[in-house]
Structures are given as structure tokens and as C-alpha cells.
Design a protein around this ligand. Structure first.
Ligand code: NOJ
Length: 552
């Protein structure tokens, strides 16, 4: 029997490199995380998810794993990881690790062996193909970081496939030995006490082994939901997740609600939850050649429609993972809200609509104090995706001007979420004694944990209340969901209902006052469960980013 603890839980994502540096080398580490467990306990979260901490050359900040059994010395030792797990458990906090199962680092032993010849024991651990008649790549698939998804290997005299950087070769899941090797790693960490997995791009593990060209060259439309994906996930579940009772949340970039209802249907025994990208694309132009860099104004009608569809499709048939931020997403208040005048109001408004839904909310480090996008110039950014895409779209393809690219970077670069955590006003925001690996956001003197907690408008305290509600109120986990005002471009209003209790979750997602008359929806008395303006207005309006939950 599985213990579905995660249904009532709130999970906090730690990006270890940028959370807390205990040994003054400018890089966050495991002992740093351990020292902040009391802070996380006070916030009230039930589990932490750590982005990858395995041995890695850090080409993609740890999403290029060299050795799944070993903690990277820059984060600490294996013993320190075991100690962190133990301490977290003593404090009632579960630990989720990030598993990068689609690819490894090119420095991994498996790949080093695999590239040696076509006949060695690891030769079939990766996806190797001969060159075309003129030495060209086997097909026109593109990599997420720009350019071809194939790299020529001189030693083996073949191309290998990589959906990300050339230093991140894709594993060959068709090979049962690869699958077994992955189960073994998972069991190893289970023995050390790990409670579950966030599974990196797990919907990419199965490839179309006919390797047909994409309709557009050098694009990535081939990468998701391959022919054997469900089969592989089911096998993983039967070998590890169910017998060892491990929670799973899979990254599922292209999943729509209908796909997810298969992936997370408990009867099918695949995953517990998935992270979709669908709702995060409401500010992206559709089918634009410049992909994620082609931005538009966020479309909140679409946001509501997508989230509502997910609520509907997964009701009684799976479970939602709820998020607006993670290490690949810029800060939501800088992207869709207001990170200056209405920073508190917009941070709490987005939090209210997210945490009011059915599912498991994920908080990304710094979101709980309203951290904002970085104020970087191009040279300050570090991310391989940005650099590869700049080279590809601006310099080679010339499909976007440098100015437009940089404008998009300022809004959505992954580095905005990766700036060091802002703890206090001391040097480097209290993150590290040494110069941090990535520049601290220069607003840390105003925006930091200490300042937030002393403020009368504390975002942290608002999150505490949301988490307490999640633990206490069954209506949040079990109640029905109904969207109201579906076509309203600025307001997000929905109803939750359980037995004789009804809640209305209301938020104005803009910086202008909007007309909204509660009495049109509610006859009789009501009480406030939570609100982000001290005094709710009696007039029929909602102030900028005003949000509340009422019961009636
Ligand atoms: C998704 C991860 O979240 C991202 O950070 C990484 O670059 C890619 N997968 C490749 O592992």
C-alpha cells in the first residue's frame, strides 16, 4: 500500500548551488542546507526537493551527472548527504532528489566506455548512429541548447544523440541493462532514506527508433512522449516506486492535461504527478521560430483555462503538481506581476491562486520572500541554454535581433531564479563569505529573509498561512473546483466546495483597480480565510493585485 503523504504536502525546491554556502567557497552546499532546515520548518513545508548534487562537471549545473552514486565535492560528501537526510527526517521533513535519467555527463564512466568501440559492454548504453553518405548527422533533430542534437565522435567514428548539450549524451532506454542500472541507483538512494524523485525530462526517455526528420530542421519537436514512454515508466514504477513507496513528480514539458491523465492515473502505475510547461507558456508566441525567446504579454484567460483543464482532467484520476517558479523559470512577479510598487501584493496574489487549487504546491527558494529577476548585463549571465541559444538564434540563424533577445532574457532567463538566496543585509546577502559563483541580485538590502519577516507586509508569513491552510483544510485537497469569470482578462476567481463548506478564491492579477462585486456570487454572510490587503474594500472593486479567500 502506498502512503500518499504528498497529497497534503507543500514541497520546497532548493537549488543547492545558490541556497547557502557553509564553507566560504562561493557555492552553496549540503551543510548550508542543513543549517537552514529550521527556517524551512518554520515556513512549514513538508519536503524539500534538491536539484542535482551528484558528481558532475557542471556543464548544465549538475543536470550532467558523472556519477549517480557520489555527491559532488563542491556540495559536500556522501556522509554529509546522509546526515542531511537524517536531520531533515528528525525534523519531519522529507527529502526528494532530482534524478536525471534521460542523459548523463559525457564524463560518466558509462559514456567513457561506450565511446571506445562498437563492441564493448557499454557500447549500447547510448544512442549511436552512423553518419550519412556525406558525413552528415543521421537526421535533422535539434538540441535544446542550439544546433544539432548529434555530435560526431572521433574514436568510435559514429554520431551520438544529445537532446541538450553535447556534453549530455542521451541514454539508450531500449537497452534493458540501462534501465536496470537506473533502478539500482534509485534503490541505493532509497536505502539512504530518500523519499522520492523529481524526474528530469522523464517524458523524453523513449525515442522514435526510426529517427525520422523533424518537419523543421534543428528543432526539438521529436523529443517528447516517445512510443515506449508509458511502458518504461510502468516498468520503473513496478521495480522501484511502488515496492519502495517513493513519491514521483516527472518533468513533462509537452504534456497537456489529457496526456497527464494517463501518466498519473494511479491504476496505470506510472507517476504520481507531473510538471507541465503548458501554463508557463502564456507569455510565449505560438509556433514562433525563436521558441521560448518570442515573448508576448501574458494571457491570463489562457492561464485560467489551462489550469482549470488540469483541475478537471486529473480530478479523481491523478494529482496535480502546482508551480509558477523553479530553477528554469524566472521570478513570477517579474514575469507576470509587478516586482516594484506591488511586489508584496503580486507575490501573494499569485501564491493565493496557485495554493488554492487541488494538487501539491511547490515553492521555489526565494519565492516565499518575493525575490525578483536579476538586474544583469549580458556578461553576468552564466546559463548554457542562454549562451547556446544566443549563438544559434542571434548570431547564426539571425531570426531575432540582439535587442529583442536581450529583452526576452531580462524577462525569462533561467539565471533569474538561480541568483544566490537573499538571507540578510550582510555581505553577499548572507549567502556566502566569498564571492558567489553567480552575482547576487543588487536589491538584496531591501529584499531578504530578515527584512521580509520584520515587515508588516511579510510574504513569508503569507506563505506560512497558505501552508497551514493546506494542512488543516480538507476543502483544499478534496473540494470540487469551478472556474468563474472564465473570460475575464484580469481576474482569477474560482470556487472550491466540500460538503457544506464553500470557498471563493479571488485575485486581481493586474496593477489596476478592477470592478468586482462579491455579492454577485455570494448571497448572505461570508468570512475571510485569508487576504493580502489589511482592510478589504467594501466597494465593488479589487485593488491592484488584491487577493483573498472567503468562506460562505
Ligand atoms: C530540465 C532541467 O530542469 C534543466 O535545468 C536542464 O537543463 C534540462 N532538464 C536538462 O537536464
Amino acid at each position: 500500500m502506498r502512503n500518499n503523504w504528498w497529497k497534503k504536502a507543500v514541497i520546497y525546491q532548493v537549488y543547492p548551488k545558490s541556497f547557502c554556502d557553509s564553507n566560504a567557497d562561493g557555492i552553496g552546499d549540503l551543510n548550508g542546507i542543513k543549517s537552514k532546515l529550521p527556517y524551512l520548518k518554520e515556513l512549514g513545508v513538508d519536503a524539500i526537493w534538491l536539484s542535482p548534487i551528484y558528481l558532475s562537471p557542471q556543464v548544465d549545473n549538475g543536470y550532467d551527472v558523472q556519477d549517480y552514486y557520489k555527491i559532488d565535492p563542491m556540495f559536500g560528501t556522501n556522509e554529509e548527504m546522509y546526515a542531511l537526510i537524517e536531520r531533515a527526517h528528525e525534523m519531519g521533513i522529507k527529502v526528494i532528489m532530482d534524478f536525471v535519467a534521460n542523459h548523463t555527463s559525457d564524463q560518466a564512466y558509462w559514456f567513457q566506455e561506450s565511446r571506445k568501440s562498437r563492441t564493448n559492454p557499454y557500447s549500447d548504453y547510448y544512442i549511436w548512429r552512423d553518419a550519412g553518405p556525406n558525413g552528415e548527422a543521421p537526421n535533422n533533430w535539434g538540441s535544446n541548447f542550439g544546433g544539432s542534437a548529434w555530435t560526431w565522435d572521433e574514436t568510435r567514428q559514429q554520431y551520438y544523440l544529445h537532446y541538450y548539450a553535447s556534453e549530455q549524451p542521451d541514454l539508450n532506454w531500449e537497452n534493458p541493462k540501462v534501465r536496470q542500472a537506473i533502478y539500482d541507483v534509485m534503490k541505493f538512494w532509497k536505502e539512504k532514506g530518500v523519499d522520492g524523485w523529481r524526474l528530469d525530462v522523464i517524458t523524453s526517455i523513449s525515442k522514435d527508433t526510426k529517427f525520422p526528420d523533424n518537419p523543421q530542421p534543428l528543432t526539438t519537436s521529436n523529443q517528447q512522449n516517445g512510443p515506449r514512454m508509458h511502458e518504461f515508466l510502468h516498468e520503473l514504477n513496478k521495480n522501484v516506486f511502488t515496492p519502495y513507496d517513493m513519491m514521483t513528480v516527472g518533468e513533462a514539458p509537452a504534456s497537456k492535461a489529457a496526456d497527464a491523465s494517463l501518466l498519473v492515473d494511479p491504476k496505470r502505475e506510472e507517476l504520481d504527478m507531473v510538471f507541465t510547461f503548458e501554463h508557463m507558456h502564456i507569455d510565449r508566441k505560438e509556433n514562433d521560430i525563436n521558441g521560448r525567446w518570442a515573448l508576448q504579454k501574458p494571457n491570463f484567460v489562457e492561464l485560467k483555462s489551462i489550469l482549470s483543464e488540469w483541475q478537471k482532467q486529473l480530478r479523481d484520476r491523478g494529482w496535480n503538481a502546482l508551480y509558477f517558479e523553479n530553477h528554469d523559470r524566472a521570478r513570477v512577479i517579474s514575469r507576470w506581476g509587478n516586482d516594484t510598487k506591488y511586489r508584496y501584493e503580486s507575490a501573494t496574489a499569485f501564491a493565493t491562486v496557485l495554493h488554492g487549487l487541488q494538487g501539491t504546491p511547490f515553492i521555489y527558494q526565494g519565492e516565499e520572500i518575493g525575490m525578483t529577476n536579476a538586474d544583469y548585463s549580458l556578461a553576468d549571465y552564466d546559463d548554457i541554454e542562454l549562451k547556446g541559444n544566443y549563438q544559434f538564434f542571434v548570431k547564426e540563424q539571425k531570426t531575432i535581433s540582439e535587442a529583442d533577445f536581450l529583452k526576452a532574457v531580462g524577462k525569462i532567463s533561467r539565471d533569474h531564479a538561480r541568483t544566490p538566496m537573499q538571507w540578510n543585509v550582510s555581505k553577499n546577502a548572507g549567502f556566502s563569505e566569498a564571492t558567489p559563483w553567480l552575482k547576487v541580485n543588487s536589491n538584496y538590502k531591501e529584499i531578504n529573509v530578515d527584512a521580509d519577516r520584520l515587515s508588516t507586509k511579510s510574504i513569508f508569513k503569507y506563505y506560512q498561512k497558505l501552508i497551514q491552510l493546506r494542512h488543516r483544510e480538507e476543502i483544499l485537497t478534496k473540494g470540487s473546483y469551478e472556474l468563474l469569470l472564465a473570460d475575464h482578462p484580469s481576474l482569477f476567481v474560482y470556487q472550491r466546495k466540500l460538503k457544506d463548506k464553500t470557498w471563493l478564491v479571488v485575485a486581481n492579477l493586474t496593477d489596476t483597480t478592477q470592478t468586482f462585486n462579491v455579492s454577485e456570487f455570494i448571497k448572505g454572510d461570508y468570512k475571510f480565510i485569508l487576504k493580502n490587503y489589511a482592510k478589504p474594500e467594501s466597494s465593488p472593486t479589487l485593488r491592484p493585485f488584491e487577493a483573498y479567500i472567503i468562506e460562505y
